[in-house]
Design a protein around this ligand. Sequence first.
Ligand code: ZN
Length: 404
Amino acid sequence: MRKNTHYFLLALFSSIILGCSDDSDSYQPNYLPSIDATALPDGNHPMAMFEDDEDPSIMYNKADRWFRVNEPFQVIQKGKDSVQVSLYSPVGLTNVKVYAKLPNYDKRFLIYSFSKVPAFHRSFHKLPLTEQKNDYLLETGNTVTIDKIEGFSSGAIEFSVESDDPLFQKFKKIKSTHLVQFNDGYHINEYGKFLPMNPALAKEAITMIINYSYALSHPLYYDTFTNFDRYKQEQATTAGTEINGALNWHGNADDVDGVYDYYSKEEIEKIYWNYLDKRTLWMAMVGGDSAWGGGNLASQWESGYVTGHWVGEMSVWSHEYSHHIGFSHSSNLANSGEGGGQQEMLTHFYKYLIYLNDLPFTDPEVLKTYAKTSYVTGTYKKPVFTINPKNPFLLKYKGEGKWN
Ligand SMILES: [Zn+2]
């Protein structure tokens, strides 16, 4: 039994009594059991999102299907007493711990512990706080006992997720907070210029955007982006030539006789973070003559989604994403001309990360979309990655530079 139990009052929505046994040695806490999300009862409504034969109108429902690229494991309160958990990842996770923080109580405590979560999983779970008095493990390792609380207004509980799964450790490094959705407006309004996607392609798009967001967040990329003049100089030195085109990043003003509107160091730093900010991205698929990007839109060919990104062919995506960030063809942040800009550099870098096995996902077998003939219109083979021995990142870093 508890010896040194003391109680304190939390003014939440009603008065809440916390029985706090932080300082008790003899109390034997009775924690909630861990949850295997691969074997949930029907009451949790478990499902796999983006099943190949799922109605595409579901993936285009922007209220239902959205995630931030740095939070592929998503916890959202539903109603006063439940949560929805969703994993936007083609590979499952193990040992996922969801912590809750209540207003007016400064310690986080473990509310759900998932032993396994399968790929693209979704399920619903009652908040144990609303069911009965329970013991919870605090992040400090101590125990808190919380009496039953009738319900919570949405947003009252802050959830945070931890896991020692190596894949989750990669997710945690993603600094971009872009919100990803699919938008059917493009192919509905301009059919042919854009084409409808399906869940099989959406899974590839999600895999690609997580990898790409990781690449943009990578310390080597930050170092190269914020020292692009050095990268250009090194490329010229290696090739034994003069620097071709612009020396550094420049803006959307047209070049006049080789006079570029170069950005300052401070502006370049700010632009880097624009690529990683919290704006909304609508991923779409190209059908016509060229890919498009701008505003929320960035689009990609079917082949880019199915096989291209697995072998690092990210030039088109980098270009359209730069339009989405706000750059036009007169800037080398979008344009590949004038000696190469971000498109070329990002593509070399992305391939180097595949070579290092330093992306969240490097195995096309996790989705095998190339073999799904009913869901793709092109003819594909299994993508096989090779690195060009003249890759500038390979030449410079020689296998080093992996992010821990
Ligand atoms: Zn363009």
